[in-house]
Design a protein. Structure first.
Length: 129
């Protein structure tokens, strides 16, 4: 599976919404079935199932590197710290990551992690490839 196809699968997700009320002419407005999430250096994991993390995070970071985004904020939430630990475990293993730390308070504090990515060169890809 290519990174592009993985990103398409992960970021072009069907959205289930209740039917909207009909407009003035009695027709129901059209609702897009796919919502595109931008790759802008901020990844909010609340929108994804935890099982997707091991494929999502490497693919997202790889795409950020390709786009020249070398500082990424990963929002994992505060909770009990389980998702944070999983994110940190993955970041430790990814060769395209030069370092990471909890975000400063104004960017989410212990509910988010800032990852710094390696610039230039070919993308090392997810571990194990």
């Amino acid at each position: 599976m290519t990174i592009a196809s993985l990103l398409r699968r992960l970021f072009h997700r069907p959205v289930e919404r209740p039917s909207p009320p009909p407009d003035d002419e009695g027709e129901e407005p059209e609702i897009p079935e796919v919502v595109e999430l931008p790759i802008d250096g901020v990844l909010d994991l609340h929108a994804f199932h935890p099982k997707e993390l091991s494929s999502l995070l490497p693919a997202y970071l790889s795409e950020c590197r390709r786009l020249g985004i070398l500082r990424v904020r990963i929002i994992h939430g505060k909770g009990q710290g389980i998702q944070q630990r999983r994110v940190h475990e993955l970041l430790r293993r990814l060769p395209g990551v030069s370092g990471f730390a909890l975000a400063p308070p104004e960017e989410g504090g212990w509910g988010a992690t800032i990852a710094l990515l390696v610039s230039g060169g070919p993308d090392p890809g997810p571990p194990g490839e």
